[in-house]
Ligand binder design. Structure first.
Ligand SMILES: [Zn+2]
Length: 71
């Protein structure tokens, strides 16, 4: 499994803005996009805990990574 984050680093969910840390089973897409567990499941994602993998990826259409420093 690719590690997008450092263990303790938190990044905001691109859909709801809640912090997602590397210990959570968030869904990472693109280069920096991250969905929290709730949003990933709400968007159709299905996670296989045994495989430690998303068997069905969430629909991330329309989501863009927003940086605080972008204005
Ligand atoms: Zn979210």
């Amino acid at each position: 499994m690719d590690q997008l984050w450092e263990d303790q680093e938190e990044v905001p969910c691109v859909a709801c803005g809640n912090p997602v840390c590397g210990m959570d089973r968030g869904f990472a897409f693109g280069t920096e996009g991250v969905l929290c567990w709730k949003c990933a499941v709400a968007r159709g994602g299905e996670y296989d805990a045994a495989e430690d993998n998303w068997t069905t990826t969430p629909d991330v259409a329309g989501l863009t990574v927003h940086h605080e420093w972008d204005e």
